[in-house]
Design a protein. Structure first.
Length: 170
């Protein structure tokens, strides 16, 4: 950044806008995680050795879905909270970060619907079932939709918070 901006960052780390943003994003991520884990229950056998906490890791539906959603939530956190101008490079100008974030999203979405099974094998994920859940979608597409919903809900929420607080400041 060759020159200083006239805009100033917030005076306090814990200003109202930041707290509202963080709490709202947390609620969206937690809600999606609850939906994901609840939807997995029908595919989990409690007697399965992969469910043993003290045993060796073995992939199953629940840890695969939680991994995919956790990856998406972490990518979303960077993507949505990256400020860009006037304090840093815009995300489109920061090519390595931009590619890494979109690569994370693509990997999660491709693994969710098993478009390229070697990705699932590399991350030790099971292929998600294709039976219909909630009378809506096949399970793999339901998880894909949940990942997409998490991204869009958190993004839209952040834009609304910024809009509300910028109108309050003016």
């Amino acid at each position: 950044m060759p020159k200083l901006s006239a805009a100033r960052p917030p005076k306090k780390l814990f200003c109202a806008e930041t707290l509202v943003s963080i709490l709202g994003q947390f609620a969206i991520h937690l809600g999606c995680l609850v939906v994901a884990v609840t939807s997995c229950q029908q595919f989990v056998d409690p007697e399965d050795k992969s469910m043993d906490i003290d045993g060796d890791f073995a992939p199953n539906v629940i840890n695969s879905v939680v991994f995919l959603l956790s990856l998406t939530m972490q990518v979303n956190t960077f993507l949505i909270n990256y400020q860009g101008h006037p304090f840093m490079q815009n995300l489109s100008e920061n090519a390595p970060l931009f590619r890494a974030l979109w690569g994370g999203h693509v990997c999660a979405l491709v693994a969710a619907v098993s478009l390229f099974p070697p990705i699932n094998d590399m991350f030790q994920l099971v292929l998600l079932p294709t039976s219909v859940v909630y009378g809506l979608l096949p399970y793999d597409q339901f998880i894909f939709a949940l990942l997409f919903t998490n991204t869009m809900a958190a993004y839209c929420y952040e834009k609304v918070v910024v809009l509300i607080f910028s109108s309050i400041k003016s």
